[in-house]
Write a protein that binds this ligand. Structure first.
Ligand code: KG4
Ligand code: ZN
Length: 355
């Protein structure tokens, strides 16, 4: 019996079976990660090897270097993940992998490794959308959480507002028209000389500053729009710094960081609350690297409490890139009988699809 028949047989067990172990791989950017996820909710392991130190000296991720590092690390990370999960290879029921969007060379390392493992173990393979993975990080954190809810996904590459109507039922309410929220944090951090990755460094600096010190613009776009735009805010920060420097004025880095963060948080929170109200949602969820920002979390906590929404967000580890979230997203796809062919390819950009 060939691979396709074996995988199809195993998919049948997976659709209704108990104790389903999915091995998941994530290599879309600068984290090499592998996890073993049981029944879509329990991360038996979630090994993350970050390349931050490698890319730091360039001030951002260098795609070519990221791909090479993934190749160096993937075997080790997968082995660690299996050991930590205390499972045997023969009890892995399927392989899930991020297929896009992301850096295509980096994605290809994960996709190739996943295909090889699925073929060798004769188990189903499933390609996962990275943003769907971020949303599903909430399911790993909150074991009883179920759709529907409205989710803000704010990461380095994406700012999306998604109405999650069901497992696999996604309606995009809005997204960024230019820079993503995390990208704006990274660019402002660089301009302030804080380093990479920018988000946590801006947040730390902002703790010492006055969020009202500089009145940076908030972009809401046309009335009713749930799209985002952060490039105007980023440019306003750069212009402010240039003017200060030209005038020979000392820049208060902490005030600039706090005022910038305040502007990003205000727009993210206001648009998300409008989206939740429009959809009649009861639950607001956060996801993506920017969702690990404490100022953002606090603002959401107070607004959700005032306006009667239940707020959910993953731990900081599950907000940034990790493979457990991919395992969960893959689990729900496989439960619906969706598996990917061995011709699965990586895609630098792709829309999130409902199933
Ligand atoms: O989700 P993620 O790990 O990777 C992508 O899919 O892009 O998000 C990384 C992004 C980076 O832009 C980083 O600066 C931002 O999330 N980030 C933060 C914080 N931690 C990470 N932004 C604001 N505050 C933070 N604490
Ligand atoms: Zn991500």
């Amino acid at each position: 019996m060939g691979y396709i028949q074996r995988a199809a047989e195993k998919l049948e067990r997976l659709k209704s079976g108990q104790n389903i172990n999915i091995l998941a791989i994530e290599t879309s950017c600068d984290e090499t990660s592998c996890a073993v996820v049981r029944n879509g909710r329990e991360a038996l392991s979630n090994v993350i090897s970050t390349q931050i130190e490698v890319h730091k000296k360039y001030g951002g991720v260098v795609p070519e270097i990221a791909s090479r590092k993934h190749i160096e690390l993937i075997d080790y990370v997968v082995d660690e993940s299996i050991k930590e999960a205390k499972v045997q290879l023969k009890s892995i029921d399927a392989i899930a992998v991020t297929m896009g969007p992301g850096l295509v060379g980096a994605l290809l390392v994960g996709v190739s490794h996943a295909k090889a493992m699925a073929f060798a173990l004769e188990v189903p393979l499933v390609g996962v959308h990275h943003i769907e993975g971020h949303i599903c990080a909430n399911y790993v954190q909150h074991k009883c959480m179920e759709p529907p809810f409205v989710c803000l996904v704010a990461s380095g590459g994406h700012s999306h507002l998604v109405h999650v109507m069901d497992y696999g039922g996604y309606r995009i309410l809005g997204k960024t028209r230019d820079d993503a929220a995390g990208e704006a944090f990274d660019k402002v951090a660089r301009a302030l000389g804080l380093g990479y990755p920018g988000g946590p460094l801006v947040e730390k600096e902002a703790q010492k500053g006055d969020p009202e010190a500089v009145d940076f613009p908030r972009t809401y776009l046309e009335p009713g729009s749930l799209d985002f735009s952060f490039s105007g805010l980023k440019t306003a920060v750069l212009n402010y710094l240039n003017v200060c420097r030209q005038r020979g004025e000392q820049v208060n880095t902490a005030d600039v960081a706090a005022s910038f963060q305040n502007a990003v948080v205000e727009v993210l929170v206001n648009k998300t609350m409008t989206a939740a109200t429009k959809c009649g949602a009861e639950v607001v969820a956060l996801a993506g690297g920017v969702a690990s920002n404490d100022r953002l979390r606090k603002e959401f906590e107070s607004r959700c409490a005032d306006e009667g929404f239940l707020l959910k967000y993953p731990s900081k580890l599950l907000c940034t890139d990790n493979a457990a979230m991919i395992g969960t997203a893959g689990y729900y796809r496989l439960r619906r009988g969706l598996l990917s062919p061995m011709t699965l390819n990586a895609a630098a950009s792709m829309e999130i699809d409902s199933y």
